[in-house]
Write a protein that binds this ligand. Structure first.
Ligand code: ACM
Ligand code: ZN
Length: 674
């Protein structure tokens, strides 16, 4: 189907007229993409746009191509040109729309934008003679520019000139806007420290995916990472510890001071630089200053603010304890308010995160001053003291025109009035019903410090858990039990990268990708347009873009070779067989896994064997379980040397349990055994 796009008009007013008409017809008649299955003819855009329509024509970037922008679009136009030039080596001069020529131009404008697409939406139309990107705001243009980049061959992301490529965009019309306003990523820089250059790199990687909120976890028990002028000891002492900690190899990190201690921090000028860098990418930074718990690093420097007055930290990783400020001392509040004043001067965003999670309140129970506070404020108990603490901080933050945000536990003992809840262990539905805004970061869908595969033998050590790519992709941020009138309180999803076991930036990337690509689609694309098979197709291209950008990412290590169905199962056991001829390619141990996809009751595996031309050549006879209580479901089979032309099968004895309702996959490991 042809798109019937007009060429670039000579005059802006005409341009507006023609394009407004086009846009209205387009938006009102175009249906949301109805082909949901993996369709290789569709461009590999992540996140998938709300509406798009392909046409037969194409637009090619050449030496003559110009980028035209009005004043409000100039910043994005320069950004786009900067992204297009290295790989294409084309001049791509940026000019004002006043100089607009009739053909071979890329127009970026905020004029005549479709207001139905909201503050972050955009429209992109590519014809044989022009590219027109229109949005109400620079943010919308920025997201349109990301889409434009993804429409080009993946080599556009290379850092150097790539020859012999035709830099062609497919003819297309896109009308797009995000599903959620909060599309977040959190990085913990306390457990391990990442430099400002690394943080900027991560912001660039977020920008590719149209993410707009970077939650910077600057403070925790293991390190204080932001210089506070009024309290220099916070970083002089709190930013450094004796060694890397967490039982990790010291050589896995480079964040060491001249004296060999592990750590680091950001100066105010570093912070301003990163904030500006984020703003240029339409990313808001939400700083987090943890309180009242997770504060051992601060209390190592200022122990007088703890209940006992003694430091909760001996400055060795083994000495780290969950430090908690005394809620009875006025000095605690004065200290934290002074810190937050400096933080608010550095970070212009609306939200200030105060942590509030995992507060171990034993000290408060045993502290005379905390008990006095409970009495003088008419509180019932220690949980209400936590609530008092948060409310008091909220009053201060609100007084400065900002909004407090905190983890699930800020609901303990009653929630502060305007507070926003970041749900990691529940409470979203209740908070939204009470009128609070909520950011969704449930552990089981959003914790990117969890393992990405069950292949623990070859994965780098992680904190635990298991969060595979498809589980991130399946995440639905709106709680199922939340009535529609409260849905607007769900601001959006966020991925969290906690770094206890992530000592360097390459590993941050490995844990973040490709799961962040899945989360970006959850955050941006319409729920009805989500399809994991199609996402997986597009992800292959996305990963090639990451290759061009030298971003490290996790790769699939298991290939499905077959499966079982409920119909095949008996309680006494069935010998099943799957062809693995094309999987047996080299000598050495071969590994297979059994994983249930559906069912309540699971299967037992008695043994698995490798069969060569009908003859069993190796067997692993340990008992395994696949299903809810999955255990030991990986089998290792020896292979001395594959026989050329040999026919191989995997054989296994599988019995169904209980209701014989299990359906599952058998997978072949693509990596050599450790
Ligand atoms: C958290 O994971 N403690 C918020
Ligand atoms: Zn106390």
């Amino acid at each position: 189907m042809a798109c019937h796009l007009p060429g670039l008009p000579l005059h802006r007013d005409t341009a507006q007229l023609v394009f407004q008409t086009t846009v209205r017809v387009f938006v009102s008649t175009l249906l949301t993409i109805s082909v949901l299955a993996a369709d290789a003819t569709q461009p590999a855009l992540i996140p998938r746009p709300q509406k798009m329509e392909l046409c037969a024509e194409t637009f090619e970037l050449t030496r003559a191509t110009r980028i035209y922008a009005d004043e409000s679009a100039r910043g994005v136009a320069d950004y786009l040109a900067g992204k297009l030039r290295p790989a294409t080596a084309l001049p791509l001069r940026v000019a004002h729309t006043k100089e607009m020529a009739s053909a071979n131009g890329i127009l970026l404008t905020t004029k005549g934008a479709n207001t139905q697409l909201g503050p972050e939406g955009y429209e992109l139309a590519v014809s044989s003679t022009s590219v027109v990107l229109r949005a109400q705001t620079a943010a919308g243009l920025f997201y349109g520019a990301q889409t434009l980049l993804q429409l080009l061959p993946v080599e556009i992301f290379a850092a150097h000139h790539v020859r012999k490529i035709s830099w062609t965009l497919p003819g297309i019309r896109i009308a797009d806007q995000p599903r959620f306003a909060w599309r977040g990523l959190m990085l913990d820089v306390s457990r391990h420290f990442f430099t400002k250059q690394e943080v900027k790199q991560l912001l660039d990687e977020m920008a590719l995916l149209k993410l707009n909120t970077f939650h910077w976890h600057l403070v925790d028990d293991q390190g204080w990472r932001v210089e506070i002028k009024k309290y220099p000891k916070l970083t002089q002492m709190g930013a450094w510890r004796s060694d890397i900690g967490f039982g990790l190899d010291p050589k896995a990190a480079t964040a060491y001071g001249a004296d060999g201690r592990y750590g680091g921090f950001y100066t105010p000028s570093d912070i301003r630089e990163v904030v500006a860098y984020a703003q240029a990418r339409h990313i808001t930074i939400v700083p987090e200053i943890e309180m009242p718990g997770h504060s051992a690093a601060a209390l190592a420097a200022y122990p007088e603010l703890s209940c006992s007055g003694a430091t909760g930290r001996t400055n060795t990783p083994a000495g780290f304890q969950a430090g908690i400020y005394c809620a009875g001392k006025e000095e605690t509040f004065e200290f934290l308010e002074n810190i937050l004043s400096e933080i608010m001067a550095l970070f212009p965003g609306k939200y200030i995160h105060i942590g509030g999670d995992e507060v171990r309140k034993d000290n408060w129970s045993n502290c005379e001053q905390c008990q006095l506070r409970i009495k003088s404020e008419g509180l019932k108990n220690v949980p209400e003291l936590q609530s008092y603490f948060i409310r008091r901080m909220e009053k201060f933050i609100n007084g400065k025109g900002r909004t407090l945000i905190g983890w699930s536990e800020i609901r303990t003992g009653g929630l502060a009035q305007n507070a926003v809840v970041m749900d990691w262990i529940g409470g979203a539905t209740e908070a939204a019903r009470e009128g609070h805004d909520v950011v969704m970061t449930p552990k089981e869908s959003c914790y990117f410090d969890f393992y990405q595969s069950e292949d623990r033998g070859t994965e780098p050590r992680a904190i635990g858990g298991f969060l595979p790519l498809d589980q991130v992709y399946a995440f639905e941020p709106i709680p199922a039990d939340l009535a529609p009138q409260f849905h607007p309180h769900i601001l959006g999803p966020q991925a969290n990268v906690w770094t206890e076991y992530i000592p360097n930036f390459k590993q941050v990337e490995y844990m973040t990708f490709p799961r962040l690509s899945a989360l970006a689609e959850v955050a941006w694309s319409p729920q009805a347009a989500r399809n994991f098979e199609d996402f997986s197709r597009r992800l292959q291209q996305q990963n090639r873009r990451l290759d061009g950008l030298s971003v490290n990412y996790w790769r699939e290590t298991w290939a499905k070779i077959g499966g079982w169905t409920p119909e095949q199962l008996t309680t006494t056991g069935t010998v099943m067989e799957w062809n693995v001829t094309k999987n047996v390619t080299n000598a050495g141990p071969q590994r297979v896994s059994f994983s249930q996809v559906e069912g309540a009751d699971g299967v037992e595996i008695a043994w698995a064997a490798l069969v060569e031309d009908g003859r069993e050549i190796s067997r692993d006879a340990h008992p395994g379980l696949a299903g809810g209580k999955s255990r030991d479901a990986i089998y290792t089979l020896d292979m001395a040397a594959p026989k050329p032309g040999g026919h191989y099968t995997l054989r296994a004895r599988v019995s169904g349990m209980g209701g014989l309702d299990s359906r599952g996959n058998v997978n072949w490991n693509l990596r050599p055994a450790p």
